[in-house]
Design a binder for this molecule. Structure first.
Ligand code: PLP
Length: 391
């Protein structure tokens, strides 16, 4: 049986064969606990050290600045909680209206607990207003957390510029770079952030492994409390196999970054251009200049996104409407809503997110079938407007 045409790589990615191969010995023979006194467990220490070097390398960090976590969500929650713990007198957090739920819903939770949260607006291209950020800052601000790249639109935020301004004011700055690491070049030597989150399953490592970068000298308070693992910064027995997998995935991503940027953006642009040309009343959501090379978010007006996904699914094509974490609910995407995408386009938005495993013929297939699907669905549209697609 042929596999799916998988264009949902911002939701999760396939584990790379090289990653799986690297992990297997740690699941089969080398199953010890890295904290054990005996050699069988203790021998894992040097392997974890090497893995930490590789994960640090993908963002230009020092290995001592990397804390392994269970996922991007944990890294995000940890960064915010650490800032609030070390600054107990400060009760203000600044973030954006378009963050992933790992930050967005966590901040809403903090707001219910009595913290003051500023959710910064974005414009109709999903771009942040830096002036709005400056206006929101005050003496009570404990941390600013702004994503590097948006998971739904791929829009990249000006983290360099924001970080420089916050550094001048001595305010902690975290970036959720879960969608950026492995997709665009990123180096904390020059990027003025104090903390940065990444997640394995977005770059061909398995689910359930992530990391938080904490710049040397940044005061830090752990979120998961227990044993002394990760230099007492994150308790819990090390997930050795997944740590090894993440390291291998980082190594692979670094080796092919430039080629992938070129190939993926070419494939993505071809898909986008063909769909826009062959489906009237379609539009790209988000800034088309500053965005991830693998992502496009297209609205097909007067159609339900869920209906499009179901029809694509019949052809074995996997895409997504809104973020994976909100699928299952028919609430329109909070990201597109914050961008002011009109109602008729909001509900018909589809995100295509590519990876190194996508091929030209897969893109051809989507270009071949999707205009017909849109035409057919529009003929049944509850909006009462019959739209046609050129085929
Ligand atoms: N942040 C962003 C921008 C994401 O896209 C995701 C996952 O979709 C996360 C955080 C959460 O990462 P994880 O699934 O590893 O918890």
């Amino acid at each position: 049986m042929n596999g799916p045409i998988y264009l949902d790589n911002n939701a999760t990615t396939a584990v790379a064969p090289e990653v799986l191969e690297t992990m297997l010995p740690y699941l089969k023979e080398l199953y010890g606990n890295a904290s054990s006194m005996h050699t069988f467990g203790g021998q894992l220490g040097p392997a974890i050290r090497k893995a930490r070097d590789k994960v640090a390398a993908i963002i230009g960090a020092d290995p001592s600045e990397i804390i392994f976590t269970s996922c991007g969500t944990e890294s995000d929650n940890t960064a915010i909680m650490s800032a609030l713990e070390i600054n107990p007198q400060k009760k203000h957090v600044i973030t954006t209206r378009v963050e992933h739920p790992a930050i967005y819903n966590f901040c809403k939770h903090l707001s219910r607990k009595g913290f003051r949260i500023t959710f910064l607006p974005v414009d109709d291209a999903g771009r942040l207003s830096i002036d709005a950020l400056y206006r929101a800052l005050d003496d009570d601000t404990a941390i600013v957390s702004i994503m590097y790249a948006n998971n739904e639109t791929g829009v990249i935020f000006p983290i360099q510029e924001i970080g420089a301004a916050l550094k001048e004011r001595g305010i902690l700055f975290h970036t959720d770079a879960v969608q950026a690491v492995g997709k665009v070049p990123l180096n904390v030597h020059t990027l003025p952030v104090d903390m940065l989150s990444l997640s394995g399953h977005k770059l061909h490592a398995p689910k359930g492994i992530g990391a938080l970068y904490v710049r040397k000298g940044t005061r830090f308070y752990p979120y998961i409390i227990g044993g002394h693992q990760e230099n007492s910064r994150r308790a819990g027995t090390e997930n050795v196999a997944s740590i090894m997998g993440l390291a291998k995935a980082c190594e692979l991503a670094m080796a092919s970054l430039e080629t992938e940027i070129t190939c993926l953006s070419k494939l993505r642009d071809r898909l986008e251009k063909a769909l826009l040309a062959n489906c009237p009343d379609s539009r790209v959501n988000g800034d088309r200049e500053r965005r991830l090379p693998n992502t496009t978010n297209i609205s097909f007006e007067f159609v339900e996104g869920e209906a499009i996904l179901l029809r694509l699914n019949e052809y074995g094509i996997c895409a997504s409407s809104g973020s994976a974490c909100t699928s299952g609910s028919l609430e329109p995407s909070h990201v597109l809503h914050a961008m002011g995408v009109p109602f008729t386009a909001l509900h018909g938005s589809i995100r295509f997110s590519l990876s190194r495993y996508n091929t030209d013929s897969e893109i051809d297939k989507v270009i071949e079938v999707l205009p017909g699907i849109i035409k057919e669905l529009r003929s049944l549209s509850p909006y009462g407007r019959v739209k046609t697609c050129k085929e």
